[in-house]
Design a protein around this ligand. Structure first.
Ligand code: BGC
Ligand code: ZN
Length: 367
């Protein structure tokens, strides 16, 4: 079957290749689920893997099939599978367990090991192909009524984890009633984080560089949040005007903004860093100032990566609630369809060059 792959370590090596078709009995104990891929989303991670900034082939292979945002339909299941059946729409988690205690209890997104296994990213093949097989534990059912949001399940799971972690650590406060949230970045994660925070009733300011009118500004406003262009209003001006944030989700992809965000976090607040920055940028920071403010303000900086099954499930529930509260808004994120795996060059081009693409995804098969 066809697959889109890279040669890890070699820049711009994206190509189409033929790989063996998997079968359901490859997974032990009758727990296999064979999925036909309908659509796969791509993001900055795929771009950076193709730039050879990171990405590792599975042991014994010299290529890595990319793509980690999957949406498919179950074709066949092993005899002990109970949670999904042929014909169900599904997505799949990205990480697979290593050996730490966290991996063993299903929280592989919190692995304490240096080596992590991620489909389409590190040491495991991804989903930009025609079929995949995996264990039932990693397959998450997508309700029929959310079919139109297809490849957003994985990015949503990451946004859901980031915010769930923030609320979890804030239990240190005994009483925490966050009112103001800033979301740094209005790409897919920023937009989905905006949705989740609005569903929690926060006053949300979503910041991006370019001024409205823009599609992402329309989506932010559609969720009842405020779009702020940093060309019109700096981050610090915003903080003076509306107050510092109780919660900040940083998802711009820029380590500089990650540090800038520290300056506008309020007392007892939490700043979640979510950007995966593959480069080697250096920035100068007002270290004394940030340090004293974090100490005197009991502030917290939290890193968040990936998501486990629970976050997929809560993300899917919030997408459903989002459809009820803000009908028709979330699907606007799905801007840029690409037809077929053969069009992998168009896919990469859109990812690299199209400034207006909020979500590039490949239509792999019909269903
Ligand atoms: C993926 C996550 C992954 C992270 C780091 C992101 O693009 O969506 O699932 O954990 O990259 O590799
Ligand atoms: Zn991703």
């Amino acid at each position: 079957m066809k697959a889109v792959a890279v040669t890890p370590g070699k820049p711009h090596s994206v190509h189409l290749r033929d790989i063996p078709t998997p079968s359901v009995d490859q997974i032990p104990n009758g727990k296999g689920v064979l999925v036909r891929i309908l659509k796969v989303g791509v993001d900055a991670t795929d771009r950076e893997i193709n730039d050879a900034l990171y990405g590792t082939a599975p042991d014994g292979d010299e290529y890595l099939v990319i793509g980690h945002e999957s949406f498919g339909i179950v074709e066949a299941v092993g005899e002990n599978v109970t949670t999904v059946a042929p014909g169900d729409y599904v997505t799949a988690t990205v990480r697979r367990p290593g050996g730490s205690i966290y991996d063993q209890i299903g929280t592989y997104d919190m692995t304490s090991e240096e080596t992590y296994y991620e489909r389409g990213i590190n040491l495991l093949h991804g989903y930009l192909t025609e079929y995949y097989v995996d264990g039932e534990d990693y397959i998450v059912r997508v309700p029929q009524g959310l079919k139109h949001l297809h490849v957003l399940m994985e990015p949503m799971s990451c946004a859901a984890k980031a915010i769930q972690q923030a609320f979890e650590v804030q239990r240190r406060m005994k009483v925490w009633r966050p009112k103001i949230a800033y979301v740094m970045g209005a790409g897919q994660i920023g937009l989905l984080a905006t949705l989740i925070l609005r569903l929690k009733g926060l006053q949300v300011y979503t910041l991006a560089r370019r001024p409205a009118p823009r599609l992402n500004a329309e989506i932010v406003e559609g969720y009842g949040a405020t779009y702020v262009s940093t060309e019109n209003q700096s981050i610090s001006q915003l903080a003076v005007e509306v107050g510092k944030a109780d919660l900040i989700v940083e998802a711009t992809g820029s380590s500089w903004i990650a540090f800038e965000s520290m300056k506008v976090l309020g007392h007892n607040g939490v700043l979640v860093w979510h950007s995966v920055t593959g480069g080697d940028k250096q920035v100068e920071v007002p270290a004394d100032q940030l340090n004293i403010e974090f100490v005197l303000g009991n502030k917290l900086l939290l890193g968040s990566v990936n998501a486990n099954r629970e976050h997929f499930e809560s993300g899917i529930r919030d997408l459903a609630l989002g459809e009820a509260m803000y009908p028709g808004v979330t699907e606007k994120i799905l801007t840029t369809p690409i037809d077929g795996l053969e069009s992998y060059n168009d896919m990469m081009r859109s990812l690299v060059e199209d400034q207006d693409a909020l979500k590039v995804f490949v239509n792999v098969s019909e269903g």
